[in-house]
Design a protein around this ligand. Structure first.
Ligand code: NAD
Length: 258
């Protein structure tokens, strides 16, 4: 059951390393940054002074990186080696990580699931998040802290019948955030998730007209990017931030286990 409550007043994070992340000289990695939410997040972080390393399989990420004065890596994030390369490119100044790359899955019925597509969706939505953490955490620890946001989805918090495989992967990611955010926060590393509803991006472009005709509102990529930036900078570790069109973002609070 999804329960949204107004955001509680933010608790002060006891570890001061988390509150000293703003400023020039820091480096950010943003995955899935060729367009959509990732590109919007990269624009914001670059404008705030971060050196940005953009990663995407879409070669258009190079133009995006050039536009914001960042660096691009083109490749498939289902290969763990790409995350290692991104972290090497970022270097010791790595402080911010936006694990955003993802895609949806057309197959609704496991009985007829295309296994190549299944592996590709799980590979990027789920495994690439683990690969990103695996590569980045040693550098963040060495540097004294950092901040990580995973782009999850409302599908991380409830079952979306139109896309059960996507739902599974986003639930997996939110489970990882729930289990890891506490231990990491004690090391000065903030890990949180942003959970948007429908966003107007290349991912949803094929259905945009139908949503519009049905009067279903969509978020802009920049609205989600703003929520990502805010969560990176000052969200309480373990935040699951629900972002709906036309409303202020609100923290999701789990119902207690009976
Ligand atoms: N658009 C929405 O309605 C919506 C809603 C909730 C959550 N999200 C999530 O937001 C994130 C960003 O999506 P978006 O809407 O900006 O879509 P998008 O398609 O514009 O961006 C996703 C990017 O990830 C890249 N990518 C996908 N698979 C990859 C791989 N294997 N290796 C490297 N790059 C890969 C794509 O090339 C693309 O540039 C995704 O995780 C998505 O699940 C989107």
């Amino acid at each position: 059951m999804m329960i949204s409550r107004p955001a509680s007043p933010r608790r002060r994070v006891p570890d001061m390393r988390l509150s000293t992340l703003r400023g020039m000289g820091e480096t950010a990695i943003i995955t899935g940054a060729a367009g959509g939410i990732g590109a919007a997040a990269a624009r914001r972080l670059a404008a705030a002074g971060a050196r940005c390393v953009l990663v995407d399989r879409d070669p258009g990420v190079s133009d995006m990186a050039a536009a914001i004065g960042g660096t691009a890596l083109v490749g498939d994030l289902t290969d763990p080696e790409l995350s290692e390369r991104a972290v090497a490119e970022a270097g010791d100044g790595l402080r911010l990580l936006v694990l955003n790359a993802g895609t949806n899955c057309a197959d609704k019925d496991p009985a007829t699931l295309d296994l190549d597509r299944y592996r590709a969706v799980v590979g990027v939505n789920q495994h690439s998040v683990t690969y990103g953490l695996r590569a980045a955490l040693p550098v963040l620890r060495r540097g004294g802290g950092g901040s990580i946001v995973v782009t999850a989805s409302l599908a991380a918090l409830h079952g979306v019948e139109q896309d059960p495989i996507y739902t599974m992967t986003k639930h997996a990611v939110i489970g990882l955030v729930r289990a890891l955010s506490g231990p990491l926060s004690r090391e000065g590393i903030r890990l949180s998730a942003v959970c948007p509803g429908l966003v107007d991006t290349p991912l949803t472009a094929g259905a945009r007209d139908r949503f519009q005709a049905a009067g279903i509102p969509m978020l802009s990529a920049d609205e989600v990017a703003a929520a990502i930036e805010e969560t990176l900078r000052s969200g309480e570790p373990g935040t699951e931030l629900v972002v709906h069109p036309g409303r202020p973002p609100v923290r999701y609070v789990q119902a207690p286990i009976p």
